[in-house]
Design a protein around this ligand. Structure first.
Ligand code: NI
Length: 207
């Protein structure tokens, strides 16, 4: 999800301390892991790349490669000033996403095999997507939800999110099922984004 949402800061409750410390551990070893060429060559792919439309497979191995993938995704998310990035957005067909809704490094989160439950309330808000640059869509989302997932070690995580965190998790989980914000455009959104979507389509064709 793109950074404009940062304006509407929400909160992540019950943030797992162990996840933060594990990410710091990865960071400490980062230069070693990230020297893997396959990981450092990953880039954010753009609509209409068909890899964004696939349903992703569960993460099965919680190993150094997964940690390197997550570290690279966090790096790319930060470079593009995003608040969330899912693996299919770097061309990897696995159920994992990273997010950070505050911009504070300590709030980096990595969530594998996520499931959303207890979706309550609803709220319309503008969303962008790092794979669909300069496109903004008014999206109706649950205001609160519970996310269960695995951390990089495969340990279970259960978090409650409200506002921006809940919105971000719903957006990223959609990516893992091949869904994009442009699937939900109103007539007004279609008109406002038509030129930019055409540009992205022609950029992809001419790549
Ligand atoms: Ni997105």
């Amino acid at each position: 999800m793109s950074a404009r949402q940062r304006l509407g800061i929400g909160g992540v409750q019950n943030h797992p301390e162990q996840l933060i410390s594990f990410y710091q551990e990865i960071n400490a070893k980062g230069s070693l892991i990230l020297s893997d060429k396959r990981v450092t060559s990953l880039r954010i792919i753009h609509f209409p790349d068909p890899r964004l439309r696939k349903r992703c497979a569960p993460v099965e191995h919680f190993d150094a490669e997964l940690a390197a993938l997550a570290a690279r995704m966090l790096e790319l998310m930060r470079e593009d000033k995003g608040v969330g990035l899912a693996a299919p957005q770097v061309g990897i067909n696995r159920r994992i996403f990273v997010c950070n809704v505050t911009g504070e490094p300590a709030d980096d989160m990595v969530l594998a095999n996520p499931e959303l439950t207890d979706l309550t309330g609803d709220e319309i808000g503008e969303e962008g997507c790092l794979s669909i640059p300069d496109v903004h869509v008014q999206m109706r989302r649950a205001k609160e939800c519970v996310l269960t997932a695995r951390d990089l070690k495969g340990n279970p995580i259960r978090l409650k999110g409200v506002d921006l965190a809940a919105r971000c998790w719903q957006h990223e989980c959609d990516h893992l099922n091949g869904k994009l914000i442009i699937d939900h455009m109103s007539e007004a959104d279609k008109i406002a984004n038509r030129k930019q979507l055409k540009k992205l389509e022609s950029d992809f064709k001419n790549k």
